[in-house]
Structures are given as structure tokens and as C-alpha cells.
Design a binder for this molecule. Structure first.
Ligand code: C5P
Ligand code: MG
Length: 186
């Protein structure tokens, strides 16, 4: 078990409007990867490079720890978990760990074409400092998404949990739709 302490991220719009704590699986993994004494650095680095998902055990440890810290120090019990579960193995790991403990209210699916997504990430890459916001990595990440994440979305769809939003529009339009999902069901 790693002993990283995850600093609270700056509040985003959803955290300001609603009492949800935003946890990004990708951000937690990146922080862990950059931690000098992390036993997982090497393996995480190679996952990022290849555009593949980290082993479920690592992601789950980090998420669980961040959730426990938030519940303990801030007494907040609602989470918006971003970028998770990215594949069926992670979904199995989550179900095993959280069955009966966490209630998944819904899954927000911000849907847009691969091309729009890629162009936005390339634009972000000008200032993000992320090694994987480049054309080659993005092709690999999209490939991984189609192969591994799509089936998870379909599974949640069958359970009636997906709230799909057309994310090809402007930030304010997308946010208005996200907000109405939270107003209705958050
Ligand atoms: O979601 P984000 O774009 O931050 O993800 C970047 C990388 O983090 C992914 O390409 C993958 O290597 C890793 N990741 C993961 N498991 C997740 C989310 C992200 O392994 N649940
Ligand atoms: Mg992300």
C-alpha cells in the first residue's frame, strides 16, 4: 500500500455547485507515477507511454485511499469519479471492492467524435505538460478506448445507468446539460 497523501484538487464547477468531490483516476495515477519513492512509477510510466490502462490493483488502491481521506478529513461522501472504470477488469475490481459499500447513481458519458477529442487534446497539449497529449499517443489511447472502454459503457447502458451528453458543443452548452443531470439526479 502506498503512502502518498493526495492534496485536495482545486474546486471545479461541479464541486462548487454540488457537494461532489471530483477524483480523476488519470490524475491520481500521474501523481503516483511522478512520486519519487513510488514502487509503481516504472509500470505506470510504461502504461502511459503505451496508452494502456494501469493494472486495476494500483488504480483501486489510489482511488480507495483518496475516497477514504476525503470522507475522513472533509466528511464528504459523494464522489464524481472521472475516467473510471476504463475497462472490464477495472469494473470487476471496483465491483469486488465496493459491492454493498458504494451506490453508483449514474455514469456521465461525454460523447464526441474521436476527431474532436483528438483535436482538443492536441490543443491542450500546448500547455498541459502531458507527454501523452501528442498525435501518436492519442491514436493509441483512442484505440484502447474503442477496444476496452466501449464495452464498459455498453454494460452500464444495459443497466440504465448511462446519461449521455453531446460533448461536441461548447463548454457552456455541455456544462448546462451536465448540470441538468445533476439537478435531476445528483
Ligand atoms: O483519463 P486520462 O486522459 O487522464 O488518462 C491518461 C492515462 O492514464 C491513460 O491513457 C491510462 O494510461 C491511464 N489511466 C488508467 N486508468 C484510468 C484512467 C487513466 O490507467 N482509469
Ligand atoms: Mg482525465
Amino acid at each position: 500500500m502506498s503512502s502518498v497523501r493526495i492534496p485536495a484538487p482545486p474546486s471545479g464547477p461541479l464541486e462548487t455547485h454540488y457537494s461532489y468531490t471530483h477524483l480523476s483516476a488519470g490524475d491520481l495515477l500521474r501523481k503516483e507515477c511522478h512520486r519519487t519513492d513510488s514502487e509503481f512509477s516504472q509500470i505506470l510510466n510504461s502504461c502511459f507511454q503505451r496508452g494502456e490502462f494501469a493494472p486495476v490493483e494500483i488504480t483501486i488502491i489510489l482511488l480507495k485511499k483518496a475516497m477514504e481521506e476525503t470522507m475522513k478529513s472533509e466528511e464528504k461522501f459523494h464522489f464524481l469519479i472521472d475516467g473510471f472504470p476504463p475497462d472490464e477488469e477495472n469494473l470487476r475490481g471496483w465491483t469486488k471492492l465496493m459491492d454493498g459499500k458504494a451506490d453508483v447513481k449514474f455514469v456521465l458519458f461525454l460523447d464526441c467524435s474521436n476527431e474532436i477529442c483528438k483535436n482538443r487534446c492536441l490543443e491542450r497539449g500546448k500547455s498541459s505538460g502531458r507527454d501523452d497529449d501528442n498525435s501518436e499517443s492519442l491514436e493509441r489511447r483512442i484505440h484502447t478506448y474503442v477496444k476496452s472502454t466501449r464495452p464498459v459503457i455498453e454494460r452500464y447502458e444495459k443497466q440504465g445507468k448511462i446519461r449521455s451528453i453531446d460533448a461536441s458543443r461548447s463548454i457552456s452548452e455541455v456544462f448546462a446539460d451536465v448540470k441538468s443531470v445533476f439537478d435531476r439526479e445528483g
